[in-house]
Design a protein around this ligand. Structure first.
Ligand code: GLU
Length: 522
Protein backbone atom coordinates (compact mmCIF):
# COMPACT_ATOMS: atom_id res chain seq x y z
CA UNK A 1 0.00 0.00 0.00
CA UNK A 2 1.14 3.54 -0.71
CA UNK A 3 0.60 5.48 2.55
CA UNK A 4 -0.53 9.08 2.65
CA UNK A 5 2.73 10.11 4.44
CA UNK A 6 4.83 8.39 1.81
CA UNK A 7 2.83 10.09 -0.94
CA UNK A 8 3.46 13.54 0.60
CA UNK A 9 7.18 12.75 1.08
CA UNK A 10 7.41 11.63 -2.48
CA UNK A 11 5.57 14.66 -3.85
CA UNK A 12 7.29 17.30 -1.69
CA UNK A 13 10.16 18.02 -4.12
CA UNK A 14 7.62 18.56 -6.91
CA UNK A 15 5.44 20.78 -4.76
CA UNK A 16 8.48 22.85 -3.71
CA UNK A 17 9.69 23.05 -7.29
CA UNK A 18 6.25 24.20 -8.37
CA UNK A 19 6.20 26.89 -5.67
CA UNK A 20 9.61 28.17 -6.70
CA UNK A 21 8.56 28.26 -10.31
CA UNK A 22 5.56 30.38 -9.53
CA UNK A 23 7.39 32.56 -6.99
CA UNK A 24 6.61 36.21 -7.52
CA UNK A 25 9.04 38.82 -6.28
CA UNK A 26 7.75 42.37 -6.10
CA UNK A 27 9.96 45.17 -4.85
CA UNK A 28 9.62 48.90 -4.97
CA UNK A 29 11.50 52.17 -4.80
CA UNK A 30 9.28 54.60 -2.93
CA UNK A 31 10.89 58.04 -2.88
CA UNK A 32 9.27 61.11 -1.39
CA UNK A 33 9.67 63.99 -3.84
CA UNK A 34 11.02 66.32 -1.17
CA UNK A 35 14.60 66.51 -2.41
CA UNK A 36 16.95 65.72 -5.27
CA UNK A 37 17.79 62.12 -6.08
CA UNK A 38 21.04 61.29 -4.33
CA UNK A 39 23.52 58.46 -3.90
CA UNK A 40 21.73 56.79 -0.99
CA UNK A 41 18.34 56.77 -2.73
CA UNK A 42 19.76 55.51 -5.99
CA UNK A 43 21.64 52.75 -4.16
CA UNK A 44 18.28 51.66 -2.67
CA UNK A 45 16.59 51.82 -6.08
CA UNK A 46 19.43 49.94 -7.75
CA UNK A 47 19.51 47.15 -5.18
CA UNK A 48 15.74 46.73 -5.55
CA UNK A 49 16.09 46.67 -9.32
CA UNK A 50 18.96 44.16 -9.21
CA UNK A 51 17.09 41.98 -6.76
CA UNK A 52 14.05 41.91 -9.05
CA UNK A 53 16.24 41.20 -12.07
CA UNK A 54 18.06 38.40 -10.26
CA UNK A 55 14.83 36.51 -10.96
CA UNK A 56 13.48 36.24 -14.45
CA UNK A 57 11.39 39.14 -15.72
CA UNK A 58 8.14 37.26 -15.27
CA UNK A 59 8.89 36.54 -11.62
CA UNK A 60 10.65 39.69 -10.49
CA UNK A 61 9.00 43.10 -10.74
CA UNK A 62 10.42 46.45 -9.77
CA UNK A 63 7.92 49.19 -8.98
CA UNK A 64 8.25 52.96 -8.67
CA UNK A 65 5.83 54.53 -6.20
CA UNK A 66 5.79 58.23 -5.43
CA UNK A 67 5.25 58.85 -1.74
CA UNK A 68 4.14 62.44 -2.01
CA UNK A 69 1.98 62.72 1.10
CA UNK A 70 4.19 65.30 2.81
CA UNK A 71 2.59 68.23 1.02
CA UNK A 72 4.58 70.85 2.91
CA UNK A 73 7.90 69.59 1.55
CA UNK A 74 6.60 68.39 -1.82
CA UNK A 75 7.88 70.18 -4.91
CA UNK A 76 7.13 69.12 -8.44
CA UNK A 77 10.65 69.98 -9.56
CA UNK A 78 11.77 66.98 -7.49
CA UNK A 79 9.46 64.72 -9.49
CA UNK A 80 11.08 66.02 -12.67
CA UNK A 81 14.50 65.48 -11.14
CA UNK A 82 13.51 61.88 -10.36
CA UNK A 83 12.53 61.11 -13.95
CA UNK A 84 15.54 62.96 -15.39
CA UNK A 85 17.85 61.06 -13.07
CA UNK A 86 16.55 57.65 -14.07
CA UNK A 87 16.52 58.59 -17.75
CA UNK A 88 20.16 59.49 -17.45
CA UNK A 89 21.05 56.42 -15.39
CA UNK A 90 19.27 54.18 -17.84
CA UNK A 91 17.45 51.70 -15.66
CA UNK A 92 13.75 51.55 -15.36
CA UNK A 93 10.86 50.16 -13.35
CA UNK A 94 8.28 47.64 -14.60
CA UNK A 95 5.33 49.47 -13.05
CA UNK A 96 5.11 53.12 -12.11
CA UNK A 97 3.28 56.43 -12.48
CA UNK A 98 4.55 57.07 -16.00
CA UNK A 99 3.99 53.58 -17.42
CA UNK A 100 1.11 52.31 -15.31
CA UNK A 101 0.58 48.73 -14.19
CA UNK A 102 -2.16 46.65 -12.62
CA UNK A 103 -1.68 48.02 -9.12
CA UNK A 104 -1.96 51.77 -9.82
CA UNK A 105 -2.28 54.59 -9.27
CA UNK A 106 1.37 54.69 -8.22
CA UNK A 107 1.24 58.21 -6.78
CA UNK A 108 0.06 58.31 -3.20
CA UNK A 109 -1.71 61.67 -3.48
CA UNK A 110 -4.02 59.95 -5.99
CA UNK A 111 -4.87 57.22 -3.50
CA UNK A 112 -6.08 59.25 -0.52
CA UNK A 113 -9.55 57.68 -0.50
CA UNK A 114 -7.98 54.27 0.03
CA UNK A 115 -6.00 55.38 3.05
CA UNK A 116 -9.10 56.88 4.65
CA UNK A 117 -10.88 53.58 4.17
CA UNK A 118 -8.08 51.64 5.83
CA UNK A 119 -7.76 54.15 8.69
CA UNK A 120 -11.47 53.65 9.23
CA UNK A 121 -10.95 49.89 9.32
CA UNK A 122 -8.34 50.25 12.08
CA UNK A 123 -10.69 52.57 14.01
CA UNK A 124 -13.48 50.01 13.76
CA UNK A 125 -11.22 47.18 14.86
CA UNK A 126 -10.10 49.25 17.87
CA UNK A 127 -6.47 49.50 16.67
CA UNK A 128 -6.65 53.23 16.08
CA UNK A 129 -8.36 56.20 17.70
CA UNK A 130 -9.25 59.81 16.97
CA UNK A 131 -7.02 62.46 18.49
CA UNK A 132 -8.34 65.99 18.98
CA UNK A 133 -5.21 67.52 20.44
CA UNK A 134 -4.04 70.72 18.81
CA UNK A 135 -0.51 71.01 17.46
CA UNK A 136 0.20 73.50 20.28
CA UNK A 137 -0.90 71.06 22.98
CA UNK A 138 1.22 68.29 21.54
CA UNK A 139 4.21 70.60 21.42
CA UNK A 140 3.62 71.70 25.05
CA UNK A 141 3.44 68.08 26.21
CA UNK A 142 6.62 67.26 24.38
CA UNK A 143 8.46 70.23 25.85
CA UNK A 144 7.20 69.57 29.36
CA UNK A 145 8.28 65.95 29.21
CA UNK A 146 11.65 67.02 27.91
CA UNK A 147 12.18 69.63 30.63
CA UNK A 148 11.14 67.16 33.33
CA UNK A 149 13.55 64.65 31.80
CA UNK A 150 10.66 62.21 31.82
CA UNK A 151 11.39 58.67 30.63
CA UNK A 152 8.35 59.08 28.37
CA UNK A 153 8.76 61.24 25.32
CA UNK A 154 6.44 62.62 22.68
CA UNK A 155 2.67 62.38 22.78
CA UNK A 156 0.92 61.43 26.06
CA UNK A 157 -1.83 59.31 24.42
CA UNK A 158 -4.52 61.36 26.17
CA UNK A 159 -7.15 60.81 23.46
CA UNK A 160 -6.87 57.04 23.76
CA UNK A 161 -9.26 57.25 26.68
CA UNK A 162 -12.07 59.00 24.78
CA UNK A 163 -14.94 56.60 24.32
CA UNK A 164 -14.89 55.54 20.59
CA UNK A 165 -18.55 56.37 19.90
CA UNK A 166 -18.20 59.84 21.38
CA UNK A 167 -14.97 60.33 19.50
CA UNK A 168 -16.65 59.37 16.21
CA UNK A 169 -19.39 61.97 16.79
CA UNK A 170 -16.80 64.65 17.62
CA UNK A 171 -14.72 63.64 14.59
CA UNK A 172 -17.61 64.55 12.29
CA UNK A 173 -17.34 68.18 13.43
CA UNK A 174 -13.93 68.77 14.91
CA UNK A 175 -10.53 68.80 13.33
CA UNK A 176 -8.75 65.60 14.33
CA UNK A 177 -6.13 63.05 13.41
CA UNK A 178 -6.22 59.26 13.59
CA UNK A 179 -3.54 57.59 15.68
CA UNK A 180 -2.34 54.00 15.85
CA UNK A 181 -2.90 52.32 19.20
CA UNK A 182 0.45 50.69 19.91
CA UNK A 183 -0.07 47.69 22.21
CA UNK A 184 1.91 48.62 25.32
CA UNK A 185 3.89 46.24 27.51
CA UNK A 186 4.67 43.96 24.56
CA UNK A 187 7.58 43.35 22.21
CA UNK A 188 7.57 43.41 18.45
CA UNK A 189 9.94 40.94 16.89
CA UNK A 190 10.77 40.50 13.23
CA UNK A 191 13.49 39.01 11.13
CA UNK A 192 15.48 41.34 8.96
CA UNK A 193 16.96 39.51 5.97
CA UNK A 194 20.28 41.24 6.51
CA UNK A 195 20.40 42.16 10.19
CA UNK A 196 18.76 39.05 11.61
CA UNK A 197 16.30 39.09 14.52
CA UNK A 198 15.18 42.53 15.56
CA UNK A 199 13.36 43.02 18.84
CA UNK A 200 11.69 46.24 19.85
CA UNK A 201 9.88 47.09 23.06
CA UNK A 202 6.59 48.59 21.99
CA UNK A 203 6.84 51.18 24.76
CA UNK A 204 9.98 52.49 23.03
CA UNK A 205 8.16 53.09 19.75
CA UNK A 206 7.17 56.68 18.99
CA UNK A 207 3.95 56.87 21.08
CA UNK A 208 0.84 56.22 19.01
CA UNK A 209 1.98 57.76 15.73
CA UNK A 210 -0.47 59.66 13.55
CA UNK A 211 -1.80 57.64 10.61
CA UNK A 212 -4.20 60.14 9.10
CA UNK A 213 -3.53 63.87 9.35
CA UNK A 214 -6.20 66.50 9.96
CA UNK A 215 -6.08 67.48 6.26
CA UNK A 216 -7.14 63.94 5.35
CA UNK A 217 -3.71 63.03 4.03
CA UNK A 218 -2.11 59.84 5.37
CA UNK A 219 1.26 59.88 7.05
CA UNK A 220 4.13 57.91 5.58
CA UNK A 221 3.43 54.96 7.90
CA UNK A 222 -0.18 54.37 6.87
CA UNK A 223 0.30 54.97 3.16
CA UNK A 224 3.47 52.91 3.03
CA UNK A 225 1.96 49.86 4.74
CA UNK A 226 -1.34 49.99 2.84
CA UNK A 227 0.44 50.34 -0.49
CA UNK A 228 3.04 47.67 0.14
CA UNK A 229 0.16 45.33 0.97
CA UNK A 230 -2.12 46.33 -1.93
CA UNK A 231 0.74 46.36 -4.42
CA UNK A 232 1.70 42.87 -3.21
CA UNK A 233 5.23 43.91 -2.37
CA UNK A 234 7.11 40.83 -1.21
CA UNK A 235 10.43 42.39 -0.15
CA UNK A 236 11.15 45.83 1.25
CA UNK A 237 14.77 46.78 0.70
CA UNK A 238 15.23 50.21 2.20
CA UNK A 239 17.77 52.35 4.02
CA UNK A 240 18.56 51.57 7.62
CA UNK A 241 17.22 54.94 8.70
CA UNK A 242 13.75 53.37 8.36
CA UNK A 243 14.53 50.50 10.71
CA UNK A 244 12.88 52.26 13.68
CA UNK A 245 9.64 52.55 11.68
CA UNK A 246 9.48 48.85 10.90
CA UNK A 247 8.18 47.64 14.31
CA UNK A 248 5.24 49.98 14.03
CA UNK A 249 4.66 48.86 10.46
CA UNK A 250 4.64 45.25 11.69
CA UNK A 251 2.09 46.24 14.34
CA UNK A 252 -0.08 47.70 11.58
CA UNK A 253 0.21 44.60 9.37
CA UNK A 254 -0.94 42.53 12.34
CA UNK A 255 -3.77 44.93 13.14
CA UNK A 256 -5.04 44.61 9.57
CA UNK A 257 -4.52 40.85 9.63
CA UNK A 258 -2.06 41.02 6.73
CA UNK A 259 1.23 39.15 6.24
CA UNK A 260 4.11 41.62 6.28
CA UNK A 261 6.66 41.57 3.46
CA UNK A 262 10.26 40.51 4.09
CA UNK A 263 12.40 43.41 5.28
CA UNK A 264 16.01 44.13 4.46
CA UNK A 265 17.47 47.34 5.86
CA UNK A 266 20.48 48.50 3.91
CA UNK A 267 23.54 49.87 5.69
CA UNK A 268 24.19 53.60 5.56
CA UNK A 269 26.49 55.22 3.05
CA UNK A 270 29.23 57.19 4.81
CA UNK A 271 31.93 59.60 3.78
CA UNK A 272 35.52 58.61 4.45
CA UNK A 273 35.39 60.40 7.81
CA UNK A 274 32.73 57.95 9.01
CA UNK A 275 29.95 60.55 8.92
CA UNK A 276 26.79 60.19 6.87
CA UNK A 277 27.52 61.10 3.24
CA UNK A 278 26.58 64.71 2.67
CA UNK A 279 27.44 67.76 0.61
CA UNK A 280 30.48 68.32 2.82
CA UNK A 281 32.08 65.28 1.23
CA UNK A 282 31.42 66.27 -2.38
CA UNK A 283 28.64 65.80 -4.91
CA UNK A 284 25.76 63.70 -3.59
CA UNK A 285 22.87 64.49 -5.93
CA UNK A 286 22.96 62.57 -9.17
CA UNK A 287 22.53 65.65 -11.38
CA UNK A 288 25.75 67.05 -9.92
CA UNK A 289 27.60 63.91 -10.95
CA UNK A 290 26.13 64.20 -14.43
CA UNK A 291 27.21 67.83 -14.70
CA UNK A 292 30.71 66.97 -13.53
CA UNK A 293 31.05 64.57 -16.43
CA UNK A 294 30.54 61.18 -14.89
CA UNK A 295 29.22 58.40 -17.08
CA UNK A 296 26.03 56.78 -15.78
CA UNK A 297 27.51 53.30 -16.25
CA UNK A 298 30.48 54.18 -14.04
CA UNK A 299 28.30 55.68 -11.35
CA UNK A 300 25.95 52.70 -11.34
CA UNK A 301 28.81 50.22 -11.30
CA UNK A 302 30.32 51.98 -8.31
CA UNK A 303 27.03 52.46 -6.45
CA UNK A 304 26.26 48.76 -6.91
CA UNK A 305 29.38 47.97 -4.88
CA UNK A 306 28.39 50.16 -1.92
CA UNK A 307 27.79 47.50 0.68
CA UNK A 308 27.51 44.55 -1.69
CA UNK A 309 29.87 42.06 -3.21
CA UNK A 310 29.55 40.02 -6.38
CA UNK A 311 31.42 37.25 -8.05
CA UNK A 312 34.14 38.41 -10.39
CA UNK A 313 32.92 39.97 -13.58
CA UNK A 314 33.00 37.83 -16.69
CA UNK A 315 35.25 40.30 -18.42
CA UNK A 316 38.75 39.06 -17.57
CA UNK A 317 40.38 42.29 -18.74
CA UNK A 318 38.24 44.38 -16.40
CA UNK A 319 37.50 42.21 -13.37
CA UNK A 320 35.83 45.02 -11.42
CA UNK A 321 33.67 46.22 -14.26
CA UNK A 322 30.13 44.88 -14.27
CA UNK A 323 27.26 45.48 -16.62
CA UNK A 324 23.80 45.80 -15.09
CA UNK A 325 22.98 42.32 -16.39
CA UNK A 326 26.02 40.83 -14.68
CA UNK A 327 25.25 42.66 -11.47
CA UNK A 328 21.70 41.37 -11.55
CA UNK A 329 22.87 37.84 -12.21
CA UNK A 330 25.10 37.89 -9.16
CA UNK A 331 23.04 40.06 -6.81
CA UNK A 332 22.07 38.38 -3.59
CA UNK A 333 20.87 39.72 -0.25
CA UNK A 334 23.22 37.16 1.29
CA UNK A 335 26.17 39.04 -0.17
CA UNK A 336 25.23 42.41 1.33
CA UNK A 337 27.36 43.86 4.12
CA UNK A 338 25.98 44.75 7.49
CA UNK A 339 28.61 47.42 8.06
CA UNK A 340 28.13 50.91 6.63
CA UNK A 341 29.49 51.46 3.14
CA UNK A 342 32.17 54.09 2.59
CA UNK A 343 31.87 56.31 -0.44
CA UNK A 344 35.28 56.76 -2.03
CA UNK A 345 35.26 59.55 -4.62
CA UNK A 346 38.72 58.52 -5.87
CA UNK A 347 37.51 55.01 -6.61
CA UNK A 348 34.51 56.41 -8.44
CA UNK A 349 36.86 58.58 -10.51
CA UNK A 350 38.84 55.45 -11.36
CA UNK A 351 35.64 53.79 -12.58
CA UNK A 352 34.80 56.79 -14.68
CA UNK A 353 38.20 56.72 -16.33
CA UNK A 354 37.81 53.02 -17.07
CA UNK A 355 34.41 53.48 -18.67
CA UNK A 356 35.64 56.47 -20.68
CA UNK A 357 38.45 54.35 -22.10
CA UNK A 358 36.01 51.66 -23.13
CA UNK A 359 34.10 54.13 -25.34
CA UNK A 360 34.80 54.47 -29.03
CA UNK A 361 36.05 57.90 -30.12
CA UNK A 362 32.75 58.54 -31.89
CA UNK A 363 30.68 57.84 -28.78
CA UNK A 364 33.05 59.77 -26.55
CA UNK A 365 32.92 62.77 -28.89
CA UNK A 366 29.12 62.67 -28.83
CA UNK A 367 29.11 62.56 -25.03
CA UNK A 368 31.65 65.37 -24.66
CA UNK A 369 30.11 67.67 -27.25
CA UNK A 370 27.53 69.30 -24.93
CA UNK A 371 30.30 70.24 -22.48
CA UNK A 372 32.34 71.76 -25.31
CA UNK A 373 29.38 73.75 -26.62
CA UNK A 374 28.56 74.97 -23.14
CA UNK A 375 32.12 76.18 -22.66
CA UNK A 376 31.92 78.04 -26.00
CA UNK A 377 34.70 76.00 -27.57
CA UNK A 378 33.45 76.53 -31.11
CA UNK A 379 32.51 80.18 -30.79
CA UNK A 380 29.07 79.33 -32.20
CA UNK A 381 26.12 77.24 -31.02
CA UNK A 382 27.44 74.18 -32.80
CA UNK A 383 30.73 73.22 -34.43
CA UNK A 384 31.45 73.63 -38.15
CA UNK A 385 32.18 70.50 -40.16
CA UNK A 386 35.93 71.10 -39.82
CA UNK A 387 35.67 71.71 -36.08
CA UNK A 388 33.63 68.56 -35.72
CA UNK A 389 36.38 66.55 -37.44
CA UNK A 390 39.07 68.00 -35.19
CA UNK A 391 36.92 67.42 -32.13
CA UNK A 392 36.44 63.77 -33.04
CA UNK A 393 40.13 63.27 -33.79
CA UNK A 394 41.11 64.96 -30.53
CA UNK A 395 39.38 62.20 -28.55
CA UNK A 396 42.29 59.85 -29.09
CA UNK A 397 44.60 62.55 -27.69
CA UNK A 398 42.72 62.92 -24.42
CA UNK A 399 41.01 59.60 -23.86
CA UNK A 400 43.85 57.83 -22.01
CA UNK A 401 44.09 60.34 -19.19
CA UNK A 402 40.53 61.59 -18.96
CA UNK A 403 38.71 61.33 -15.63
CA UNK A 404 35.64 63.47 -16.38
CA UNK A 405 33.91 64.28 -19.66
CA UNK A 406 33.75 67.90 -18.55
CA UNK A 407 37.55 68.18 -18.63
CA UNK A 408 37.64 67.88 -22.40
CA UNK A 409 36.93 71.49 -23.46
CA UNK A 410 39.73 72.90 -21.34
CA UNK A 411 42.19 70.21 -22.36
CA UNK A 412 41.74 70.75 -26.09
CA UNK A 413 40.83 74.45 -26.25
CA UNK A 414 44.17 75.21 -27.97
CA UNK A 415 43.03 73.19 -30.98
CA UNK A 416 40.17 75.64 -31.57
CA UNK A 417 41.46 78.97 -30.28
CA UNK A 418 44.95 80.32 -30.37
CA UNK A 419 46.12 80.33 -26.76
CA UNK A 420 47.55 83.49 -25.21
CA UNK A 421 51.30 83.38 -25.51
CA UNK A 422 52.60 82.59 -22.01
CA UNK A 423 55.32 84.50 -20.20
CA UNK A 424 58.96 83.71 -21.11
CA UNK A 425 59.60 81.61 -17.98
CA UNK A 426 56.91 79.15 -19.00
CA UNK A 427 58.94 78.14 -22.07
CA UNK A 428 62.20 77.51 -20.24
CA UNK A 429 62.92 73.86 -19.38
CA UNK A 430 64.75 72.94 -16.19
CA UNK A 431 68.49 73.57 -16.25
CA UNK A 432 68.15 75.72 -19.38
CA UNK A 433 68.48 79.43 -19.94
CA UNK A 434 66.70 81.73 -22.37
CA UNK A 435 69.31 81.36 -25.06
CA UNK A 436 69.13 77.58 -24.91
CA UNK A 437 65.33 77.75 -24.95
CA UNK A 438 65.36 79.78 -28.16
CA UNK A 439 67.69 77.19 -29.62
CA UNK A 440 65.30 74.39 -28.61
CA UNK A 441 62.36 76.21 -30.13
CA UNK A 442 64.34 76.47 -33.34
CA UNK A 443 64.64 72.67 -33.30
CA UNK A 444 60.91 72.58 -32.55
CA UNK A 445 60.32 74.50 -35.74
CA UNK A 446 62.40 71.94 -37.64
CA UNK A 447 60.35 69.18 -36.03
CA UNK A 448 57.13 70.74 -37.24
CA UNK A 449 58.48 70.94 -40.78
CA UNK A 450 59.81 67.41 -40.56
CA UNK A 451 56.49 66.12 -39.29
CA UNK A 452 54.67 67.66 -42.21
CA UNK A 453 56.62 65.55 -44.68
CA UNK A 454 57.45 62.49 -42.55
CA UNK A 455 56.18 59.19 -43.83
CA UNK A 456 55.07 57.93 -40.46
CA UNK A 457 55.25 58.60 -36.70
CA UNK A 458 58.19 56.23 -36.21
CA UNK A 459 60.25 58.26 -38.62
CA UNK A 460 59.40 61.50 -36.76
CA UNK A 461 60.14 59.92 -33.42
CA UNK A 462 63.59 58.73 -34.45
CA UNK A 463 64.32 62.19 -35.86
CA UNK A 464 63.44 63.80 -32.53
CA UNK A 465 65.30 61.20 -30.49
CA UNK A 466 68.42 61.74 -32.59
CA UNK A 467 68.12 65.53 -32.03
CA UNK A 468 67.80 64.99 -28.26
CA UNK A 469 70.80 62.63 -28.14
CA UNK A 470 72.90 64.99 -30.21
CA UNK A 471 72.23 67.76 -27.70
CA UNK A 472 72.35 65.51 -24.65
CA UNK A 473 68.99 66.72 -23.50
CA UNK A 474 65.93 64.85 -22.30
CA UNK A 475 63.15 64.39 -24.84
CA UNK A 476 60.64 66.19 -22.62
CA UNK A 477 62.94 69.20 -22.24
CA UNK A 478 63.65 69.31 -25.94
CA UNK A 479 59.94 69.44 -26.70
CA UNK A 480 59.02 71.85 -23.89
CA UNK A 481 59.36 75.19 -25.73
CA UNK A 482 57.51 73.76 -28.71
CA UNK A 483 54.76 72.35 -26.48
CA UNK A 484 54.27 75.71 -24.76
CA UNK A 485 54.29 77.54 -28.10
CA UNK A 486 51.65 75.25 -29.57
CA UNK A 487 49.37 74.51 -26.62
CA UNK A 488 50.00 77.49 -24.34
CA UNK A 489 50.87 75.15 -21.47
CA UNK A 490 53.68 72.95 -20.13
CA UNK A 491 51.23 70.09 -19.67
CA UNK A 492 49.12 69.10 -22.64
CA UNK A 493 47.76 66.19 -24.63
CA UNK A 494 50.28 64.45 -26.91
CA UNK A 495 52.14 66.99 -29.00
CA UNK A 496 52.55 65.04 -32.24
CA UNK A 497 48.86 64.44 -32.52
CA UNK A 498 48.16 68.08 -31.72
CA UNK A 499 50.58 69.29 -34.38
CA UNK A 500 48.98 67.02 -36.90
CA UNK A 501 45.53 68.36 -36.13
CA UNK A 502 46.61 71.99 -36.22
CA UNK A 503 48.57 71.63 -39.46
CA UNK A 504 51.93 73.07 -40.42
CA UNK A 505 50.85 76.61 -41.18
CA UNK A 506 49.00 77.21 -37.93
CA UNK A 507 51.78 75.56 -35.89
CA UNK A 508 54.49 77.70 -37.49
CA UNK A 509 52.49 80.86 -36.83
CA UNK A 510 52.30 79.97 -33.12
CA UNK A 511 56.03 79.27 -33.07
CA UNK A 512 56.75 82.70 -34.57
CA UNK A 513 54.70 84.34 -31.85
CA UNK A 514 56.62 82.37 -29.27
CA UNK A 515 59.91 83.55 -30.77
CA UNK A 516 58.64 87.09 -30.55
CA UNK A 517 57.87 86.61 -26.87
CA UNK A 518 61.22 84.99 -26.11
CA UNK A 519 63.20 87.66 -27.89
CA UNK A 520 61.32 90.74 -26.76
CA UNK A 521 63.26 92.81 -24.31
CA UNK A 522 60.46 93.39 -21.80
N1 GLU B 1 9.13 57.48 1.20
C1 GLU B 1 10.22 56.88 1.94
C2 GLU B 1 11.50 57.57 1.50
O1 GLU B 1 11.43 58.67 1.12
C3 GLU B 1 10.25 55.41 1.65
C4 GLU B 1 10.79 54.57 2.74
C5 GLU B 1 10.51 53.10 2.44
O2 GLU B 1 11.10 52.60 1.50
O3 GLU B 1 9.67 52.53 3.09
O4 GLU B 1 12.58 57.07 1.52
Amino acid sequence: MFSCGAFIRCMTPFILYGTLLSMKIRVRYAPSPTGLQHIGGIRTALFNFLFARSFNTEEGKFILRLEDTDRTRFDKSYVKNLYDTFNWLGFKWDEGPDIGGSFGPYIQSERTKLYKKYAQELLEKGHAYYCFCSAERIEDVRKKRESERSSETGYDRICRSIEPNKAAIRAAEESCTVRLKIPLGEKTIFQDQLLGDIEWLNDDINPDPVLLKSDGFPTYHLANVVDDHLMEVTHVLRAQEWLASTPLHIIMYRAFGWTPPEFCHLPMVMGQDGKKLSKRHGATSIDEFAKQGYLPEALLNYIALLGASYEESLDAKHPEIYTLDELAKHFSIKKLNKAPAVFDYKKLEWYNGQYIRMKSNEVLARLCLPYAIEKGLFAGESPTEQQRKIFLASMSLVKERLVFLSEVPEKIAYLFKEPDVPAKEEFIPKKCDLEKTIELLQIGKEIVKYLAQAINDEQSESFIKAEAEKREIKLGDLMMPLRVAITGSRVSPPLFGSLRLLGEECSLKRIEKAFARLTDCG
